[in-house]
Ligand binder design. Structure first.
Ligand code: G1P
Length: 296
């Protein structure tokens, strides 16, 4: 199949329990990293990779995501009248991409969330981007995967190495061969028990999948955590079409758990064009004060 990848699914139906209570009434995808919600970084990566149509799989209490990517005439009008053109540009940038939405009616896992968008995708290869992973890279992560897909026309799953003691938190691959950055895979294992992972190559929330995944997901049984797992379906897909696990270039930030989120916020603030210099000074002062009080 030689079709171009133009469609992407962004699952955003998760309950965000790791961030409670902040996620009680606010979608975790709307938590800000400096001045943008996490999901905007994901949408920007998709667009920069050539994606034309995005579908976000939402759930209850996720309205703020739709409002964020919608046009806000009143706000734009006010900013225009006040001559705040910088802010106007930033606000407009949020609504210049067409996004579709569908609700996952029950929280049945990532595999089920992706399956929910099957009619939107139809019979073509597509991308999946998970909101818990933000990647900063010279070439957008998803674009790297798309270029790999264009060479082989089979599914491509983004992976990177993680510390051994972290493997139980991810989908892990058991590689069978390697060609450049592309691993052939023997086994895809979702959240292996601690100490049992066959490698430290973890699935990192970026996928190019062929549409055959949907007929596998039609019958996919529950796996780790009692949920329908995308990783299990990919394992089945790999038996009928070779799947490549692609070790992409770039730095991946885990915004799916609190410490990763704090770390990302600090790093993005330090690197920010607008706030970077002030943040460096602020942090130096704070750390100096701490060092002094601990000496007293
Ligand atoms: C999901 C996937 C897992 C992957 C991870 C990356 O897990 O199921 O295979 O390694 O995202 O962030 P989750 O973190 O949603 O439990």
């Amino acid at each position: 199949m030689e079709r171009k990848i133009t469609k992407a699914i962004i699952p955003a139906a998760g309950l965000g329990t790791r961030f409670l209570p902040v996620t009680k009434a606010m979608p975790k995808e709307m938590l800000p990293i400096v001045d943008k919600p996490t999901i905007q970084y994901i949408v920007e990566e998709a667009v920069a990779s050539g994606i034309k149509d995005i579908i976000i799989v939402t759930g209850k209490g996720k309205r703020a995501i739709e409002d964020h990517f919608d046009k806000n005439f009143e706000l734009e009008e006010t900013l225009f009248r006040k001559g705040k053109f910088d802010l106007l540009d930033k606000v407009r940038a949020c609504s210049n991409v067409d996004i579709h939405y569908i609700r996952q009616k029950e929280p049945r896992g990532l595999g089920h969330a992706v399956w929910t968008a099957r009619n939107f995708i139809g019979n073509e290869p597509f991308a999946v981007l998970l909101g818990d992973d933000i990647v900063r890279a010279e070439k957008p992560c998803l674009k790297q995967l798309i270029e790999q897909y264009e060479e082989t026309h089979s599914s491509v799953i983004g992976v990177q190495q993680v510390p051994e003691d972290q493997t139980h938190r991810y989908g892990i691959i058991e590689p069978s061969s390697v060609n450049g950055r592309c691993y052939g895979v023997k086994n895809f294992i979702e959240k292996p028990k601690e100490g049992t992972a066959p490698s430290n190559l973890a699935i990192m929330g970026r996928y190019i999948l062929t549409p055959e995944i949907f007929s596998i997901l039609d019958n996919q049984e529950v796996g780790a955590g009692g949920e329908i797992q995308l990783t299990d379906a990919i394992h089945q897909l790999n038996k009928i079409q070779k799947v490549c696990a692609f070790d992409f270039e770039g730095k991946r930030y885990d915004v799916g758990e609190m410490l990763g989120f704090i770390r990302t916020t600090i790093e993005f603030a330090l690197d920010s064009k607008e706030y970077g210099t002030d943040t460096v000074e602020l942090m130096q002062n704070l750390l100096q004060q701490r060092a002094m009080t601990s000496l007293i």
